[in-house]
Design a protein around this ligand. Structure first.
Ligand code: SF4
Ligand code: SF4
Length: 408
């Protein structure tokens, strides 16, 4: 069994030690020893990595646009050196793609950036025949391209795939092959919160160029997840990391009576990028302050003393209550409620402050397995194998949605 966290931590410290001693002209030497090419931008040197067999080289910090609704934030991200924007058809009912398209067009930088978008297949479309499923996926992608005002994207993901069966559904897979062949996308990818199962299947299918996976410090001891992602990378698939901040910048322990030391967002991001099989991360910052903070990592992966202390104090993992979407708790619910989806919705609503995304997710749950099933249930019997307080979070979701159709 590999000791991933320790190996990565020591490796980064070694790189960090070298980087900390270097003067302003020693970045080339640092890049040579770390294997990372650098690019000098207005904000200084930026480390880049190659995205698997796509051959694209990207700054190690990118922008997950999901939580952003301020066009200026995308412009500032470009000024700082960000060159990869990740959006999706489902974000803000398409308005997120519209904003990305508008800003990129206004800046006139389409040929200088990598644009990724994602198409999910909702529950009601999963029963379609292969031909109809393919046609629906292509039709939805065309709508995305219209919103983006682009004739193609660089990466098109089959989005939020939550099972092996869903991963090899022929309709979406045929659509992706066709869209790549027609030049509507340069590369195709798959995004999932079920890393071990779905990424394992993606490797077997041998058709994806990129995978978008959840990876953060709360998974430091999960060798199954880490080794699966590394296996994808070794097979030539480019790896992009999401949910790197384990729930965003709002303290996950805000409900606790005693204030705790602040979460080190930079330490969390550096920990993810210390894994050299990750090409780039897409933190979902929504303020200028958090953009600057996250992008500072792109020029220096060395841990500061405070960051080392933060990572050494293991309490964060328990306090983060990050749901890894394993689904193991579902069996304990007498109504088979989609607890992982409820937990993800809670994260979007409470920690990301993205109520829109939470509503979309809740509305997509099959009837009878969503929050409405919890309404008449006074004592939640579901226990998490990790540290997620499922009953408390369901209570908070109920309070947030009371009086809406989601809690009818
Ligand atoms: S509140 Fe009841 S119905 Fe909802 S998840 Fe918990 S046990 Fe299941
Ligand atoms: S709440 Fe816990 S057991 Fe349930 S899906 Fe999330 S991590 Fe797994």
């Amino acid at each position: 069994m590999k000791d991933y966290p320790r190996r990565s931590f020591l490796k980064t410290l070694a790189l960090g030690g070298a980087a900390l001693k270097l003067g302003p002209f020693a970045w080339d030497a640092f890049a040579a020893t770390s294997g990372l090419p650098i690019e000098t931008t207005a904000s200084g040197p930026v480390l880049r990595r190659t995205l698997g067999k796509t051959g694209l080289t990207l700054p190690i910090v990118s922008m997950g646009v999901m939580n952003a609704d301020v066009p200026g934030l995308l412009r500032r991200a470009y000024e700082l050196g960000i060159r990869h924007y990740d959006t999706a058809a489902g974000y803000q009912q398409g308005r997120n793609e519209e904003m990305v398209g508008r800003v990129i067009k206004e800046m006139g930088v389409r040929d200088k950036v990598i644009i990724a978008t994602k198409e999910a297949v909702p529950e009601h479309d999963r029963m379609l025949s292969t031909a109809d499923g393919k046609a629906r996926f292509i039709e939805n992608t065309e709508k995305s391209l219209q919103r983006l005002q682009m004739d193609h994207v660089d990466i098109l993901y089959y989005h939020a795939v939550d099972s092996v069966e869903h991963a090899h559904a022929e309709g979406p897979l045929e659509a992706l092959r066709t869209l790549r062949k027609e030049g509507k996308t340069r590369f195709i990818g798959i995004s999932t919160h079920k890393t071990v199962d779905v990424i394992g299947e993606a490797i077997r299918l041998d058709m994806f160029d990129v995978v978008l996976v959840t990876l953060n410090y709360t998974m430091a001891h999960d060798n199954g997840i880490l080794s699966t992602i590394e296996r994808a990378s070794k097979s030539g698939i480019g790896v992009i990391a999401m949910k790197t901040q384990a729930g965003g910048s709002v303290r996950p322990d805000a409900h606790l009576p005693t204030p705790l030391p602040p979460v080190s967002q930079t330490a969390l991001l550096k920990w993810v990028l210390a894994h050299d099989f990750v090409t780039t991360a897409i933190p979902g910052f929504s303020t200028y302050e958090h953009l600057e903070q996250d992008f500072s990592v792109a020029s220096n992966l060395a841990y500061s003393e405070d960051e080392k202390k933060f990572l050494a104090d293991k309490s964060f993992t328990a306090l983060a209550e990050f749901c890894q979407q394993c689904g193991e708790c579902r069996a304990a619910c007498p109504k088979q409620v989609e607890v992982p989806v409820l937990m993800r919705s809670h994260m979007y609503a409470v920690q990301y402050g993205n109520r829109d995304m939470a509503r979309t997710l809740l509305a997509g749950i099959a009837t009878g397995q969503g929050l409405e099933a919890c309404r008449s249930c006074d004592g939640c019997s579901v226990a998490c194998r990790n540290s997620v307080q499922v009953a408390r979070k369901i209570g908070e979701l109920k309070a947030l949605t009371r009086g809406t159709a989601l809690y009818a």
